[in-house]
Design a protein around this ligand. Structure first.
Ligand code: CNA
Length: 248
């Protein structure tokens, strides 16, 4: 279970830090309030601020971190049951985690569609439009609706896959929680689905979400890149992990 903290060392800012966060940097876009950039009603009226932000965040600009590679290594070893991520940056995919293992709880830039008729839109066209900071329109001649990446905006439902998979943590025999404040629901409740006798390992700058309250919980407090290196070393996988990361 991962969040914005695992992408910080890739150079992707969090949303809410007062000076460096994305919202703080949106002042130049003249938004009525910073969160409007992810508000579906505002997007209908003025999609350009979102496309300005998409231009900065679009996959291809950032390299996965060693924490992303750790998740990919777990998968290569046949140990990854599911990855639940709140991130929209697609860095897990770029690190090699396959689509069928990933639940992008808040959606991502991986797919896109028309917000009116829901017709999917080509990735190649999307990339071109984002590069030029232009707003793509639906290719169905009767529609011409606005196209947006399948990122969950305020006022939209979480992807169906999240609700289909949300019981998966109950089947885990170890659970890592990394780089998230566990404050956004319903994602924040996922660690509570892990069985009582199963260790939950929190790798985070701070203690969050009541992890540490169960006797089998493990706290690895600090940055997640250092945390995953420590775990890999303890498992005898450090070289393999560095090699996996070098591939990205
Ligand atoms: P958050 O609320 O910003 O919490 C981040 C957590 O990570 C905090 O507890 C920090 O202490 C911790 N942290 C920060 N840096 C590190 C680090 N290097 N190592 C370990 N821990 C660290 O972010 P959440 O993901 O919990 O919040 C959910 C929101 C943020 C979701 O809706 C995301 O879509 C959204 N978000 C995503 C991205 C992205 O895709 N990379 C970036 C910014 C925000």
């Amino acid at each position: 279970m991962t969040g914005a903290g695992i992408s910080m060392s890739a150079g992707i800012p969090d949303f809410r830090s007062p000076d460096t966060g994305l919202y703080a940097n949106l002042a130049r876009l003249n938004l009525p309030y910073a969160e409007a950039v992810f508000d579906i009603s505002y997007f209908r009226k003025n999609p350009l601020p979102f496309y300005t932000l998409a231009h900065e965040l679009y996959p291809g600009r950032y390299r996965p971190t060693i924490t992303h590679s750790f998740i990919s290594l777990l998968n290569k070893k046949g140990l990854l049951h599911r990855l639940f991520t709140q991130n929209i940056d697609c860095l897990e995919r770029e690190a090699g985690v396959p689509d069928d293992k990933i639940v992008e709880a808040h959606g991502s830039f991986a797919t896109q569609r028309c917000i009116e008729c829901r017709t999917p839109y080509s990735e190649k066209e999307m990339r071109e439009h984002v590069k030029k900071m232009e707003v793509p329109r639906c290719t169905q001649s009767h529609c011409q609706g606005l196209v947006k990446p399948d990122i969950v905006f305020f006022g939209e439902q979480l992807p169906a896959k999240f609700f289909q998979e949300r019981e998966a943590p109950a089947q885990a025999d170890l659970c890592f929680v990394m780089g998230t404040s566990l404050t956004v629901q319903p994602f924040a409740s996922l660690p509570s689905f892990v069985d009582d006798r199963v260790p939950r390992v929190l790798i985070n700058l701070e203690r969050v979400g009541g992890i540490g309250n169960r006797s089998d919980d493990v706290l690895v407090l600090g940055d997640c890149d250092t945390g995953v290196r420590k775990i890999a070393e303890a498992c005898g996988w450090l070289e393999e992990l560095e090699a996996e990361w070098a591939l990205t």
